[in-house]
Write a protein that binds this ligand. Structure first.
Ligand code: HEM
Length: 470
């Protein structure tokens, strides 16, 4: 399996030699999944030494099956990678539905967008008339602050908020899984995580008890909503479960949102035509208000309503097209019982992966696939498996098009998509109405070699913010 193709039973899919994968990683990592898809679709297996065999299903032909199959276990798949570095290594508690419930409750809070804008304003005081030399770093901490404030009602400027902000990056599962230490010094990393989790656990529990007594059943305080789920008959909260849910939420809500928000701002700062289209849409939407908002000063101060966010349809297409181009993620699952796929049997207790680029960068669906084009039309494959003529990117419902998995599909779609869209639109809308943005070195940043679910630029991205004037 290292250098050549081993013998396999007729009902077993072909092997990808490990050397082939390594070669592509080193020489052409951006087209890795597209090339493997072309060579091995619909399914192939890869033996990863000291880990397990991973079966990869490639491209649009497998999307319906992969995303809807019951015996593909989402949590165990993710758990194999990040589990040891999570509060709950066995992943026995399925937090997904609870995250969805907590986060979608926030969307009805009429102050949600005002809180988000308030957090951006705190950050942008550092940019006025000036420059940030690390856009991605700034947006990482902005998204964390917004999520703490909007979901947990924790102000990052308080000592508790500051403590959480300093602890949480230390248990960022994506960063840990990408670091060499997680493999050659695993037990030390696990021990360090456990120490951080202890501190976080007592912090979250204390905050919960401080607030729970005076809260009402209608509360929109996410920490109280989460803690209330784990009240035991003696009135105590299971603080381990509260920690696991609070931690799962923070990372589910963080990694994709910050990276995509940063990439969209980078694109806007790079491309004046795109910037103008995004800005013109904002002007059109805000000038429809009963008291039209037209001057630069009033545009800067306007806080979008949730309805106005919904009207930002061009920005919507920009967001999803960016995810398609910039997120080379692989959806992971664990096989709970033997599976039949065409002539092949995939045995239980193995990992399955669906590399998104094998579909999102397939030239049959997306001409010139790495080109960022928010005006694209995508062939639409619905739940019935039938293709229709096509829909614009982002049209047809968040999780409706089986040729387009940017928000996940089928049994495990993204439960935070609406929240993420509200957050990205609110921040981008505010910044675009307030500033013209320019990339410091004028070039779209290069992306490094990496086996990550997200592309992060090779080096820091500097942006100049020039305040808009009438
Ligand atoms: C730009 C931002 C985001 C993107 C692109 C994104 C994308 C995705 C995708 C593609 C999946 C499916 C993964 C799979 O099939 O294996 C997913 C699942 C999930 N997302 Fe998101 N997500 C984003 C933001 C968020 C936010 C803000 C939250 C929480 C508030 C969240 C919570 C989740 C959860 C809990 C799941 C797992 C669903 C399950 O277990 O069935 N996501 N996301």
């Amino acid at each position: 399996w290292l250098l050549s193709t081993p013998q396999r039973a007729p009902n077993q899919p072909p092997y990808i030699p490990l050397t082939r994968l390594l070669w592509l990683l080193l020489t052409d990592h951006r087209s890795l999944w597209v090339k493997l898809g072309k060579e091995y679709a619909p399914v192939a297996q890869l033996k990863i030494p000291f880990f397990t065999t991973v079966y990869f299903l490639f491209g649009p032909d497998t999307s319906q099956f992969y995303h809807r199959e019951k015996s593909l276990n989402f949590l165990k798949g993710i758990g194999r990678i990040t589990g040891p570095f999570s509060p709950d290594p066995e992943c026995v508690y399925n937090s997904t539905r609870d995250i969805g419930e907590a986060v979608n409750r926030m969307l009805v809070d009429p102050k949600l967008t005002a809180h988000m804008v308030d957090e951006v304003k705190k950050v942008e005081t550092r940019w006025k008339g000036g420059v940030t030399d690390d856009l991605f770093g700034e947006i990482f901490s902005l998204v964390m602050k917004i999520n703490l404030r909007c979901v947990y009602s924790i102000d990052s400027k308080t000592p508790d908020g500051a403590k959480i902000l300093s602890l949480v990056p230390q248990v960022d599962p994506e960063r840990i899984a990408m670091s060499g230490r997680a493999y050659y010094n695993r037990s030390a990393v696990i021990k360090e995580c456990a120490e951080v989790f202890e501190e976080l656990k007592s912090l979250f529990s204390r905050l919960y008890y401080e607030r729970a007594a005076s809260s009402t059943p209608q509360t929109t305080d996410g920490l109280v909503i989460m803690g209330n789920k784990f009240r035991q008959p003696d009135g105590q909260v299971d603080d381990f479960k509260l920690l696991h849910l609070a931690w799962s939420f923070l990372f589910a809500a963080q990694v994709n949102t910050f990276a995509n928000m940063s990439w969209v701002l980078t694109r806007i700062a790079h491309d004046p035509v795109l910037a103008k289209r995004v800005y013109d849409e904002q002007v059109a939407i805000f000038s429809k208000r009963a008291t039209p908002v037209t001057s630069s000063a009033s545009l800067r101060d306007a806080i979008p309503t949730v309805q106005e966010l919904g009207e930002m349809q061009f920005l919507d297409r920009v967001l999803v097209e960016n995810i398609r181009v910039s997120s080379p993620g692989v959806s992971l699952r664990w096989v709970d019982s033997d599976l039949e796929w065409g002539p092949y049997t995939i045995p239980k207790n193995h990992m399955l992966g669906f590399p998104h680029p094998s579909m999102h960068w397939d030239e049959r669906l997306f001409a010139d696939p790495l080109k960022f084009d928010p005006d694209r039309v995508v062939p639409y494959a619905g739940l019935d498996g039938k293709d229709s003529a096509g829909a614009g990117v982002g049209e047809g419902g968040l999780h409706g098009n089986y040729n387009f998995a940017v928000w996940g599909l089928g049994r495990h779609p993204c439960v935070g998509a609406r929240f993420a869209i509200a957050e990205m639109k609110t921040v981008i809308s505010h910044l675009v109405r307030t500033y013209e943005m320019h990339l410091q070195d004028g070039q779209l940043p290069a992306v490094p070699f990496q086996m990550s679910t997200l592309y992060k630029p090779k080096s820091k991205v500097g942006v100049r913010f020039v305040e808009r004037r009438d």
